[in-house]
Design a protein around this ligand. Structure first.
Ligand SMILES: Nc1nc2c(c(=O)[nH]1)N[C@@H](CN(C=O)c1ccc(C(=O)N[C@@H](CCC(=O)O)C(=O)O)cc1)CN2
Length: 385
């Protein structure tokens, strides 16, 4: 048993720790870093208590408990006496936010809705996909999108153009799909070859069929209060969908988005803001990215740098959505590489309360959201509720 008292409030918790292993916090104690502890106090049980004790000469503000929904904050290092013993043996690993399973649930729901629409009005949603060049990864994503369409009952139309194709050729296909009533969604797989102007091409997609949500009008509306985009880009939408489906409260929380790309970082920050989070964006010119990230209750990492976000960047109990899908060499893997996220999973999962894995996190949700946008587009086009 130990008693911890907060100097800034009348909070005092009697703690019975759930294991027998103790770490003594003497005045010499340097650090108990981000330990997650299960504990029971009085008649209540506490999901977890996680905290960090700095050196007494350099006290650190730390979270001293996750008690129900409340956080109790105190200057732990300055107030723990040498007699306080803390048990930190029972680490609770972060909950895995399973994007693969969630994407399957979403696909099942979409399939049911498509079948309802087909039965009612005889309309099947259609998605056109344009792939230019011969990047292997892009070809795989397009193949997976086609398969996903088949699995839910969306008709897909594919155009494959060689690397040497001209911008005009791509624009002509877009224009034809814009005019085709069987096509409710159009996407141009990115990245495009360097000789093409991505902006010109994305601007040419009709805003009503912009299921990727990359058209500047859709992004502009997303940024405006009181305006609604017709579509939200799939990866950021998938991130928010995961938070919703795992009952992560967003309203009033501090969120940090790492990365500011047009496709993920910027729309993710705008979406979080629309959900009433207080949002900061960390980017390549940010001073002290660790410090800013450490304040976040929710982190969305979308920088494309393997394992950039370390355990020490994360506030205990934070929820992490890792968008990065980075190949790193791995001689033991049949492909010669394996995929890792932007967040160092091993470290982060010891600190966070929930985290998406890579692979199997946000990636599958990107395609599920594309299907969802295509269905929404077809429903809107045919005024089907
Ligand atoms: N027009 C678009 N281009 C691109 C987009 C996009 O949303 N629209 N996003 C990415 C690529 N992408 C979809 O196009 C995509 C990337 C990754 C995954 C995915 O499921 N990844 C798996 C791992 C796959 C593997 O093993 O290789 C995972 O994370 O579990 C889906 C879609 C850029 N271009």
């Amino acid at each position: 048993m130990a008693t911890l008292s907060s100097p800034s409030s009348s909070i005092s918790m009697k703690m019975h720790f759930s294991s027998s292993s103790y770490i003594a916090c003497s005045s010499q104690a340097s650090l108990i870093s981000f330990s997650k502890i299960q504990l029971f106090g009085g008649s209540s049980s506490f999901n977890c208590l996680k905290y960090q004790v700095g050196h007494p000469q350099n006290p650190i503000f730390s979270r001293i408990g996750y008690v129900g929904n409340a956080f109790f904050t105190t200057k732990v290092a300055a107030n723990l006496s040498s007699s306080v013993a803390v048990q930190a043996a029972m680490d609770v690993p972060a909950k895995i936010i399973d994007g693969k399973a969630t994407a399957k649930d979403v696909r099942d729901e979409i399939a049911a809705e498509i079948s309802r629409m087909k039965d009612a009005i005889g309309i099947v949603p259609g998605l056109a996909v344009i792939l230019v060049g011969d990047r292997k990864d892009s070809a795989t994503y397009v193949r997976n999108k086609k398969k996903a369409c088949e699995s839910v009952g969306i008709d897909s139309y594919e155009v494959n153009l060689p690397e040497s194709a001209t911008e005009e050729e791509v624009l002509k296909f877009i224009s034809d799909f814009n005019d085709d009533p069987a096509v409710h969604g159009i996407l141009v797989q990115l990245p495009l070859p360097c000789h093409m102007n991505e902006q010109n091409i994305l601007n040419a997609v009709s805003i009503d069929k912009d299921v990727d949500g990359f058209h500047p009008l859709n992004i502009g509306r997303l940024a405006m209060r009181g305006r609604e985009p017709l579509f939200v880009s799939c990866t950021p939408k998938g991130c928010i969908e995961l938070l919703h489906r795992y009952n992560v409260e967003i309203k009033g929380k501090r969120a940090v988005v790492i990365g500011r790309s047009n496709i993920v970082g910027t729309p993710a920050a705008l979406l979080l803001q629309r959900e009433d989070a207080t949002v900061s964006t960390v980017h390549s010119r940010t001073k002290n990215p660790e410090e800013i990230t450490r304040q976040a209750d929710i982190i969305i990492a979308a920088v494309g740098k393997p394992n950039m976000v370390r355990g020490s960047w994360i506030k205990p109990g934070a929820v992490i959505i890792d968008v990065g899908i980075n190949p790193v060499e791995d001689a033991d893997s049949p492909r010669g590489y394996r995929l890792v996220g932007d967040v160092c999973f091993d470290e982060a999962s010891k600190v966070a309360s929930a985290i998406t894995p890579v692979p199997g996190g946000v990636g599958p949700m990107t395609i599920a959201m594309l299907l969802s946008n295509t269905l929404a587009s077809a429903k809107r086009a045919h005024n089907f509720k």
